[in-house]
Write a protein that binds this ligand. Structure first.
Ligand SMILES: NC(=O)c1ccc[n+]([C@@H]2O[C@H](COP(=O)([O-])OP(=O)(O)OC[C@H]3O[C@@H](n4cnc5c(N)ncnc54)[C@H](OP(=O)(O)O)[C@@H]3O)[C@@H](O)[C@H]2O)c1
Length: 311
């Protein structure tokens, strides 16, 4: 598994990271036992994945803590988060959450600690009120780097992350990006690259890109909204030209991986076969540049979808 330097953190990270949230939550949401979820995670680690992303809100920190046992702690980069929506976020609450995460993860430090799902209207207040606490946690050795993640569903054009990059306070950002909604490649990724900020991608596959049948209603809706030119796409087989090079999830993950500015693409699954397919994907080379160009061109005006639901 190829590794790259995660921007200014200097951490060496695998191009694929395991997302322990999302619809599957490493199997917690799809019927796996905790032991099976631990096995799934260990399979990813054994294959060379060295980054896992979680949050206090996912209910997967304890599983990750178990999967870390028996390994040198420094081998795995753990990203976790403090929730910021519909909860009190004070310095004391943040420290309490961080200590609880450390306990569940059975570790004495978290590599990347993020403010989770920050919406534009909360951003300034969080910087004023709790950013200094994150710095204090870093100075105390409880966290190594400070990150921030967006609420893609409510902020589909990345307003919050554009403000965060302008402030340049964050070592790592997590941004929603996929084949359908490529807004971040215009508004976020070039700035992050210039500022050497570490970038984790979420929403690379989600519902729309899991299989071609799921994709069709998304394409229909985007043609109806005028974001895709009807004359440029085959409604019956929208990405036929790209599927000559891999399955839809394979193409979707590689498109994200090979975008300049992207370091880690998070992949979330509760299915051992999907995990193996995704590990294989990350061993594959780049898509042909003509195919990448066509995918960029077809979806160039899309701003309204996250790929999760048709709203
Ligand atoms: N605001 C935030 O901070 C925030 C928000 C959302 C997510 N995240 C993070 O980002 C991570 C990545 O997001 P995500 O979990 O949505 O990842 P994702 O990889 O974009 O999508 C996961 C979905 O794709 C399916 N899938 C995965 N591999 C597949 C394959 N080979 N074939 C068919 N379907 C496949 C999974 O279903 P199966 O289980 O059936 O494979 C799951 O439903 C999360 O886990 C979480 O850590 C952060």
């Amino acid at each position: 598994m190829e590794r790259v330097v995660l921007g200014r953190t200097g951490l060496q990270v695998s191009r694929m990271g395991v997302g322990a949230g999302g619809p599957s939550q490493i199997g917690v949401k799809t019927g796996l036992s905790d032991v099976e979820s631990v096995d799934l995670l260990r399979k990813a680690f054994d294959a060379g994945v060295n980054l896992v992303d979680t949050s206090e809100g996912y209910g997967t920190e304890e599983i990750i803590g178990s999967a870390l046992q028996g390994r040198n702690r420094y081998e795995i980069i753990v990203s976790s988060k403090k929730s910021t929506r519909r909860v009190e976020v004070t310095p004391a609450a943040l420290m309490e959450s961080l200590d609880a995460s450390l306990q569940l993860l059975q570790t004495d430090y978290i590599d990347i600690y993020n403010l989770h799902g920050v919406v534009p209207q909360d951003y300034g207040k969080l910087v004023d009120e709790v950013y200094p606490t994150l710095v204090a946690a870093r100075e105390a050795g409880k966290i190594r780097f400070i990150g921030i993640t967006e609420m893609f569903g409510e902020d589909r054009q990345h307003t919050m992350l554009q403000a965060a990059l302008a402030d340049d306070l964050w070592d790592v950002i997590m941004v929603g990006y996929n084949l359908l909604n490529q807004t971040a490649r215009r508004t976020v990724l070039p700035v992050a690259l210039k500022q050497n900020v570490g970038v984790q991608i979420m929403f690379a596959v989600r519902k729309a890109l899991g299989n071609p049948e799921n994709l069709k209603p998304f394409v229909d809706a985007l043609i109806d909204s005028g974001e895709i030119e009807a004359s440029e796409i085959d409604r019956g087989n929208p990405l036929g030209f790209a599927l000559a090079h891999g399955t839809l999830p394979d193409v979707a993950y590689r498109l994200c991986r090979d975008e300049p500015g992207v370091h880690v693409v998070l992949s979330g699954t509760g299915n051992a076969n999907h995990l193996q397919q995704n590990l294989d994907t990350f061993e594959r080379g780049a898509l042909p540049s003509a195919t990448m160009g066509q995918l960029h061109h077809l979806f160039r005006n899309v701003v309204s979808t996250t790929g999760q639901s048709l709203d």
